[in-house]
Design a protein around this ligand. Structure first.
Ligand SMILES: [Zn+2]
Length: 720
């Protein structure tokens, strides 16, 4: 496999990255310190704006409290609240009522119908050589009142969008189910056709839907994906209820839609058709973005029963997991009987939207979003993020009440159906596309707020330094007198504040990949092994993950400050020299991709990228000098300059999109179907498909984009 692949963070998918070593950090950012600020300086602000800004920052940082955060979290996690469930609509009303109470404006629902899937029953039993029914439930723990969930037999762990089916077949173990793992099975001469493929969730992280797809496309009869203790269980440390890692019975639920086939362009209702009476019926041809083989998630307790009976060759290096026996690949002799009954229906995805109207550039939107829907209780994912968003709303409302209205409009979004198909955020972006292309400033995503003390921030390169600088202005609870930035540096292996590349696959996807908006995605990490299981609940959050919610309040403060600075800066703090540097780095990485049958040189693209870098450096110097020395900037001029700066990220997209995924229009970043990073995606995909003749045309798109970016920067510079 091509070496360029790195393993990104994900949203639904939203946690597994955390036990991986991340690649793909911004090379320039890694070695450059944030811009040195004089005392009391903030990038993008005129000296004359500073006093009011600092005063208002003090106010907004003082608003979020652990009591209020905890009260929101308790309410949000009281019951399971999947997309389409009565409880999730109820929580939409709760979020709406909070937004109204805090004084936000234009509070409303944004509804879109979507196809959703639910588990109705599941039976997994070993059929041969011995008959044994597997548990397929998570064990209760008496002190955690929410953990009795499975006493209600209608609760069924499942993979959303897997079809109902009943099969009995031999089993093959395929490690993490990545393209490399299936290639290894080929090498061993082991076929999965007609068999049930059992795979582990991670190692390295690969999107679960793509694992099922790879199994399906090789003719497998069914799929089981289980949580290996090496990845998120006892192998990592103390397990729930004593520690943060997954207990033997924990099951990671999840969606497995083949989103790369139609993300953002297929209607969210897929092949279902609306009748004259308003009801929906399933159309004749199942959409190809929906799986065709049954698939179930499984605990390692159940999976070990199957794995220990597998024979065939012992696994190769890297395939052995944490269970106390030698793993074998199979096939068989163990046979499994799998009976899955899932139901699909059309229901409304309900986003809750609100704004804080801007005073001087009200047309421009700084947006923050978090999803509300959870697989089960969603203690961390996503309810901690929702509780944080509500505290952000309270802080912003308080600021406005005390006379601090932001310069630009802040939009708060509480998305639905992220876990299913990134549906809420994508549908809203589709419905507001023209407006966002024109006026979208930045999108900041918060999925899970905090499972521990370690800040984990990603962004498009233009905002990496902004993120570092803002992290310096928020206190970290573990360092007396120190900041989030200090902790970030201390906790990193490189000794620098590393900002991750982000490549879609959670709620920022549509903003970054389709619109070309600058994005930030953030969370605070700690050990966490109960992702998408029943144990991700209030008990885990309040007793194990973050007792006292100190890190969650810190996360809330940082998110509030990020929005407040982006909404108030006189000149947007977008650093395009960093971006040009990242683009040059991407060119070099593509040229040095391992295993290329022929040498690729992208000299034509490199030259304009260098020009862009030069223009950006000149602009940054001029802007800094201007902000330091001038006392005012005409609002119209400021607005014009900011529009030009926002337009640069837009210039890095083109209308056509990727050949097989037209929704993905960004020229520098895209996720692969596995959700690994794809740099310069058009060229990357042409290389993979060996379509060498397409490369000059794709390189020309880069030339145009970099030249366009340079022109926009020059215009901003002239206008200043
Ligand atoms: Zn999430």
């Amino acid at each position: 496999m091509i070496e360029l692949s790195v393993f990104p963070r994900r949203g639904d998918f939203s946690r597994p990255w955390k036990w991986l070593i991340l690649g793909g950090l911004f090379f320039l950012s890694n070695c450059s310190a944030p811009p040195v600020q004089g005392p009391g300086k903030i990038s993008g602000f005129l000296s004359s704006s500073l006093q009011s800004q600092l005063e208002s920052e003090k106010l907004i940082l003082s608003v979020p409290t652990s009591q209020q955060f905890g009260a929101h979290l308790l309410y949000l996690t009281e019951e399971p609240h999947q997309t389409g469930s009565p409880r999730n609509y109820k929580l939409a009303e709760y979020v709406r009522d909070c937004f109204l109470e805090y004084g936000l404006e234009k509070v409303h629902f944004h509804d879109t119908p979507a196809l959703l899937g639910f588990g109705r029953s599941v039976l997994v039993e070993i059929a041969e050589p011995v008959k044994k029914k597997l548990k397929m439930v998570e064990d209760p723990y008496p002190l955690d009142k929410d953990s009795g969930l499975y006493a209600d037999h209608s609760v069924v762990p499942y993979h959303e969008y897997a079809p109902s089916a009943e099969i009995t077949a031999e089993v093959v173990y395929a490690n993490g189910g990545s393209p490399e793992d299936f290639a290894e099975l080929d090498r061993l001469g082991i076929e999965v056709k007609g068999r049930i493929v059992i795979m582990r969730y991670s190692n390295p992280y690969s999107y679960r839907g793509y694992k099922v797809y790879l199994a399906e496309s090789r003719g497998a009869a069914g799929s089981i994906i289980y949580s290996d203790p090496q990845d998120d269980g006892f192998f990592r440390g103390e397990t729930y209820p004593l520690g943060p890692w997954g207990p033997p019975s924990h099951i990671q639920w999840g969606g497995i839609v083949y989103d790369w086939f139609g993300f953002g362009i297929t209607p969210f209702t897929f092949h279902w058709q609306k009748q004259d009476d308003g009801t929906w019926v399933e159309g004749p041809n199942r959409n190809k973005a929906l799986p065709r083989i049954p698939s179930v998630p499984m605990s390692h307790e159940d999976a070990s029963e199957i794995l220990r009976l597998l024979k065939g060759p012992a696994v190769s290096v890297g395939w052995q997991g944490g269970l106390p026996f030698t793993y074998h690949v199979g096939p068989g002799p163990v046979k499994v009987h799998l009976k899955v009954d899932n139901v699909e229906k059309i229901a409304l995805m309900r986003n809750v939207m609100a704004i804080v109207r801007g005073s001087q550039e009200p047309d421009k939107w700084v947006i923050a979003g978090n999803h509300r829907d959870a697989w089960i209780y969603g203690g961390l994912d996503p309810s901690s993020g929702t509780a944080a968003l509500l505290e952000v709303a309270r802080a912003l409302g308080t600021a406005v009440k005390q006379g601090f209205r932001p310069r630009r409009t802040i939009v708060l979004a509480n998305w639905d159906a992220e876990e299913d198909l990134l549906g809420g955020s994508t549908s809203w972006v589709n419905d507001n596309r023209a407006k966002l292309l024109q006026d979208g400033v930045v999108y900041v995503n918060l999925d899970s707020a905090a499972s521990g003390p370690e800040f984990d921030g990603g962004s498009t390169p233009a905002l990496a330094d902004f993120l570092r600088e803002t992290a310096k202005a928020v206190a970290h609870p573990d360092i007396p007198g120190g900041s989030v930035y200090d902790h970030w540096v201390k906790a990193s292996t490189s000794g620098t504040a590393e900002v991750n590349e982000i490549v879609g696959a959670t709620d920022y996807t549509a903003f970054q990949e389709n619109i070309g908006m600058s994005c930030i995605d953030m969370t605070f990490d700690g050990p966490y092994g109960v992702y998408h299981s029943m144990y991700d609940d209030y008990f885990w959050m309040s007793h194990i993950g973050d007792p006292g919610f100190r890190y969650n309040v810190t996360c809330t403060q940082l998110l509030t400050l990020i929005l407040w600075r982006l909404a108030n800066a006189d000149i947007l703090p977008m650093d395009y020299s960093n971006y040009a540097g990242s683009a040059l780095n991407a060119i070099e990485k593509i040229e040095n991709m391992a295993g290329l049958p022929k040498k690729i040189r992208l000299e034509r693209a490199r030259k304009p990228a260098r020009r862009w870098l030069k223009e950006a450096l000149a602009w940054e110097k001029k802007a800094r000098r201007f902000l330091d020395s001038e006392v005012s900037l005409d609002p119209n001029r400021a607005s014009e300059i900011n529009s030009l700066l926002m337009g640069i990220e837009r210039a890095l997209t083109e209308g056509e999109g990727l050949k097989s995924r037209p929704f993905y229009k960004h020229l520098i970043y895209a996720p692969q179907p596995t959700y690994r990073t794809e740099l310069l995606p058009r060229i990357f995909e042409a290389i993979k498909a060996q379509e060498w003749n397409d490369i000059p045309r794709y390189e020309e798109q880069l030339v145009q984009a970099f030249d366009h970016a340079s022109r926009l920067i020059r215009r901003a510079s002239r206008r200043l």
